[in-house]
Design a protein around this ligand. Structure first.
Ligand SMILES: [Mn+2]
Length: 544
């Protein structure tokens, strides 16, 4: 081996969530692409050998539109062209599927499409249900699939998202991957380590996970949106964190990317890049959109909402939010901040006077901001049935409401945790762009595998429903009937194709997916949360 091969250099990224349009603001959509672009130009400057993306390259949870796909293709295409012009070679972008790429619900994902277009390489070790094994075939350009690729002295293995069944894979990976002389083994996976984020469901560091280190030099993780490296001594587990801020809590922790150099003796060095709140010229900082936050603003003392608006403006001025300049600063400038705060207090006038839209307009006119997200937690002495006690978060309120519905149903009450998870899942799948097909098949499968939880009365009901569905299907006449038959056959074939993955999914409590809903941006898209919160306060009632 020529020594000029070393060091081998790569960058490890995860959770880019391209396509996300946070708070439904156009420039926030662009921000995720901007962060990726920054990385790609750094990749060329650093003369990398390859780039790893450990899941959630695309935020396709609710499906993506043609224009999002066009933008993703375009950024990858441009990168390819730039590499060819500047480096006279390509820097492969190696991906795995994360939970946001929805590998469970389709047999052809957006990532697979990008791989087919040879814009990325998609690795996925194949899980075999029959003999409970995981195999890594070499990636081929003929069918753009495989579980393993070799670049110089590095073997890269990819495993797509497996939710809470992930620990079952560790022994299987251990069996498959061998440590060979002068070879560096990387495994890409999409899961979080439980100790690293208390708000999310993670995987414990078990003995079988630790054993991986015998054959794996670098475990390239994604999923949790914060940066961490484990263990402290001789680390081999790496999670770079998200590349842009996906939710307000992400401001609390480091996020970014890793630059890794592998040397001839198989030792390696990791350099950490950190995302910055606003523009920066630090070479190891990735510029992100500036977020300007304030501690909760209490309007208890105000006599009208008009007065409250002025109090808010005054308060924000005092804590340093810049007024609108005479000549506007372009919104592409990352220092034009996104404003985020909670409005609280107990007012003596009616909730009906509260007009968040008017307040938002007032602030947008007054200050140099990209947009504003206001959490409305105002209570009024005029409204009698105040539902909210104490300082509950949106998630807690949602949980209370779901549980109160569930506890009203004796059948559900016995298994309220499972039903609660199901509710969250359904909510996630039904808001924004409902995916009815996947919801119905998920529900059918859910009941099939959870029917033991219910009483015999309920089982009978469910059987009757299925019978009815069958009879309805068979009573359809002529062409319709034929069409349906064909559809059913197609569906069945499709189900068989995705069956192994579905089986795994169904065994788990779906918590990993569900946690994502809880953490999902409250205002994403159509400011649902605000409406919901307003509903609670206005009517003491809420309907999803
Ligand atoms: Mn993610």
């Amino acid at each position: 081996m020529k020594s000029s091969n070393f060091p081998i250099k790569f960058m490890h990224l995860a959770d880019l969530h391209l396509g996300k349009r946070q708070y439904n603001i156009e420039e926030r959509y662009n921000d995720y692409f901007r962060a990726f672009k920054w990385i790609l130009s750094e990749a060329i400057q650093q003369n990398l050998d390859f780039i790893l993306v450990s899941g959630d390259l695309i935020d396709s949870d609710q499906g993506i539109s043609p224009s999002v796909l066009r933008d993703i293709i375009s950024i990858l295409q441009t990168f390819k062209e730039d590499c060819t012009t500047i480096l006279k070679r390509l820097i492969p972008i190696i991906c795995i599927e994360g939970n946001h790429e929805d590998p469970f619900f389709s047999d052809h994902t957006w990532l697979k499409l990008l791989a087919d277009l040879e814009l990325t390489i998609l690795l996925s070790g194949e899980y075999n249900t029959k003999n409970n094994s995981l195999s890594f075939s070499d990636y081929t350009l003929e069918d753009h699939s495989g579980g393993r690729i070799r670049i110089k002295n590095v073997n890269i293995y990819g495993v797509s998202y497996f939710g809470s069944s992930t620990p079952e894979l560790f022994p299987l990976i251990n069996k498959e991957i061998k440590k060979e002389m002068n070879q560096f083994n990387i495994v890409m996976m999409h899961f979080g380590i439980s100790t690293q984020d208390k708000r999310k469901t993670g995987i414990d560091i078990s003995r079988s996970l630790r054993e991986l280190n015998k054959s794996v030099d670098y475990l390239a993780l994604g999923h949790f949106h914060k940066q961490y490296v484990l263990p402290e001594k001789n680390p081999w587990i790496f999670n770079p964190g998200s590349l842009e801020n996906n939710e307000i809590t992400e401001l609390e922790s480091d996020r970014g990317a890793f630059l890794v150099e592998i040397y001839e003796d198989n030792s390696f060095k990791v350099i950490s890049y950190r995302c910055q709140n606003g523009s920066t010229s630090d070479p190891l900082s990735i510029p992100n959109r500036m977020f300007f936050t304030s501690s909760p603003i209490d309007i208890s003392e105000t006599k009208s909402f008009q007065e409250a608006k002025e109090l808010v403006v005054d308060r924000l001025k005092r804590i340093g939010l810049l007024p609108k300049p005479s000549s506007p600063i372009p919104q592409q400038n990352l220092d034009v901040p996104m404003l985020y705060f909670t409005l609280g207090g107990i007012i003596d006038y009616s909730q009906l006077e509260i007009n968040i839209t008017a307040l938002r307009e007032r602030l947008t006119n007054e200050f140099n901001i990209l947009g504003v997200k206001i959490l409305n937690k105002i209570l009024s002495t005029m409204d009698e049935d105040v539902l909210i006690e104490g300082d509950l978060t949106y998630d807690e309120i949602e949980k209370q409401i779901f549980l109160s519905i569930i506890e009203n149903e004796p059948e559900f009450k016995l298994n309220k945790d499972k039903i609660f998870d199901l509710f969250l899942f359904l909510k996630k799948k039904l808001v924004d762009k409902p995916q009815f097909k996947s919801v119905t098949s998920y529900l059918d499968n859910w009941f099939d595998s959870n029917i033991h939880l219910f009483s015999s009365d309920f089982k009978n009901l469910e059987n009757k429903r299925k019978q009815k569905k069958k009879t309805e299907d068979s009573s359809e006449k002529g062409k319709k009937k034929e069409k349906r038959k064909i559809k059913k056959v197609k569906k069945k074939t499709k189900q068989e194709l995705i069956a192994p993955k579905m089986d795994l999914e169904l065994e788990l409590d779906a918590t990993l997916d569900l946690m994502d809903i809880l953490d999902k941006d409250e205002e994403e898209g159509k400011e649902k949360e605000e409406e919901v919160e307003d509903d609670i306060i206005d009517d003491g009632d809420i309907i999803f």
